[in-house]
Design a protein around this ligand. Structure first.
Ligand SMILES: *Cc1c(COP(=O)(O)O)cnc(C)c1O
Length: 228
């Protein structure tokens, strides 16, 4: 069952290494988050056994279930995608990183829930670089004030910025989205030194994301196959 997964996974790792080298980056500064949503725990286990540690989920219940099923493994969990505020209490005890924060009520609820378990929650702020109406995230214009507010929460650490590129074959648009996020980050880091990371790049665009400075790739289909 898991042979194709291991093949996909190892060839992806090799590609990431090659692309990194080609553009003068060190592959070790790039964390691959294997996005396992919709796939069973056995899939996670099979590439965990090869060497994969970081896994991403986008539904609280699925995260809870898989965390329980895989409790003996030393997995670093990432939460991606839309956050239902009433599910944050389930997410924060499990997720090392939350990639998609963009509303004040999410910060309030995260703070409330992590405080009681004496944890500092690492988060990314999601930025809607392309300005598509269908996309969540802060506009680049809103970002600075939101970030300033986010840094006042005692148990929340903003580690970086996250974006999703538009769904298009036009690689110029994709590249422009990623390079814009990098420029925004490079500007903000002068005042907020903790904003080091760039979470960008999925199955269709991770090569461009690496070239444009991604430090966290979120990749599902390329490893696990098409989600049904
Ligand atoms: C599903 C998902 C991914 C992975 O997408 P693939 O195209 O399967 O690689 C990455 N990021 C987010 C936020 C997602 O929801």
């Amino acid at each position: 069952m898991s042979n194709f997964l291991i093949e996909n996974y190892l060839s992806l790792k090799k590609e990431i290494k090659e692309i990194s080298e080609k553009c003068g980056r060190n592959k070790d500064e790039i964390t691959l988050v294997a996005v396992s949503k919709n796939f069973p725990s056995e899939y996670i286990k099979s590439i965990y056994d090869v060497e994969q540690i970081d896994f991403g989920e986008n539904k609280a219940q699925e995260l809870i279930d898989k965390c329980k099923q895989l409790k003996d493994l030393n997995i670093t969990w990432h939460f991606l995608g839309r956050i239902q505020t009433n599910k944050i209490k389930y997410i924060v005890p499990i997720a090392e990183y939350i990639h998609s924060v963009c509303r004040k009520k999410e910060l309030d609820e995260i703070q409330k829930r992590v405080e009681s378990i004496k944890k500092t929650q690492k988060i990314f702020l999601e930025v809607n670089v392309s300005g598509e109406e269908s996309k969540a995230g802060l506009t680049p214009h809103q970002l600075k004030d939101f970030l300033e507010m986010a840094t006042t929460y005692k148990n929340i650490s903003v580690v970086g910025l996250m974006t999703m590129a538009p769904f298009t074959k036009d690689t110029n648009i994709i590249r422009n989205t990623f390079s814009t996020l990098r420029e925004i980050k490079n500007d903000l880091i002068k005042s907020y030194p903790s904003i080091k990371e760039l979470s960008m790049g999925m199955t269709n665009d991770y090569k461009i994301a690496i070239e444009e400075g991604a430090t966290f790739l979120r990749i599902g289909t390329r490893i696990f196959g098409k989600r049904v």
